[in-house]
Design a binder for this molecule. Sequence first.
Ligand SMILES: NC(=O)c1ccc[n+]([C@@H]2O[C@H](COP(=O)([O-])OP(=O)(O)OC[C@H]3O[C@@H](n4cnc5c(N)ncnc54)[C@H](O)[C@@H]3O)[C@@H](O)[C@H]2O)c1
Length: 357
Amino acid sequence: MLSRVSTIATRSASAFARTTPAAPLAMKFCNMQNRGFKVVVVGGAGGIGQPLSLLMASSGLAKELVVQDVTMSMVPAEGVACDLSHIETDCKVTSFALDPSKPAVDQLGDTLTNATLVLVPAGVPRKPGMTRDDLFKINAGIAKGIIEATAKYCPGAMLGLIINPVNSIVPAMCEIYKQKGLDPAKICGVTTLDVVRANKFVGEAVGADPAKVDIPVIGGHAGTSILPLFSQCPYGAKLTDAQVQALDPRTQDAGTEVVNAKAGKGSATLSMAYAGARFGKSVLKGLSGETVTECAYVASTVTELPYFATKVTFGKGGVEKIHEIGPLSAHETARLVEAKAQLKTEIEKGLEFVKGA
Ligand SMILES: NC(=O)c1ccc[n+]([C@@H]2O[C@H](COP(=O)([O-])OP(=O)(O)OC[C@H]3O[C@@H](n4cnc5c(N)ncnc54)[C@H](O)[C@@H]3O)[C@@H](O)[C@H]2O)c1
């Protein structure tokens, strides 16, 4: 197992160096370890972070996992890492707790050096009295601190941003990478939960195994910007018009179902961890040489908007192909206009943040 992963890592690293124009930089900050893939979960002691860390540590793809959080997290990152370190997998689990009163970039050198994949379910949830704008500014500030550190210590690593609002934070962080001369294609907004939910809902509606359903969900990751393309999957295409009219908004609002069922005491953490791990494993499989396609929210030229979620193929170099939208039903064509209108405003908010930062 050790030698197999080691061989994969070496092969992938040399392929990356061969095909990437910025090869000297890529070599200097090589994102592969000799022993395999290093995964960092930022916010790893949180509601999503803990089960996500569990799934990545037990994925068989990570040789090293760092649970990173802040010094005052509800559960210490060290405790989460200690717990996970007892699992009978060939994955070394360590931790790091950051002091948020000091710049992240001054503290994350050891944590991020040699990282292959950085998953970011960090951030604060919305509290009573907090506007969406307040939440955006706080979480964008947290994301910026992390991005400045990944830019310095692991610029070749793939990043999966789970931190909300994804629609605005991903554009802001990609622009910061561009300003630093780095590749914004390393940064993906994790929208996998929308796909997971759509697959489950369609499977239940048509009596199919959800694992066999594959509904692309495009656009963005909030409200009407979430656009499930039921017509592009043979199972989704079986839905009646009435079922489409019900399952489209249900996919958009599924997070509220969870918040209500948890009586306001939490939001989607377990299903999000499952989805985040599905995304993370797809990226690592891609880096190992297997091509895997997932929907993700990325810098894109597929529409007139600079950021958009469509199917993305992951390979040895990370994002290797961003797919076109494909054929749409009349309902989906109308919804695309609505999705783009919401997304445009939210992208602009992210870009404004960078200008003001
Ligand atoms: N993309 C999605 O589909 C999706 C779904 C659900 C939730 N989310 C988002 O994921 C984020 C986390 O949600 P949660 O329910 O796990 O929240 P949580 O509060 O349980 O966990 C967040 C963790 O981040 C940590 N944190 C805060 N600042 C940090 C920093 N600077 N560095 C490292 N860690 C830091 C906190 O200490 C906490 O442990 C939120 O922004 C939430 O809105 C996204």
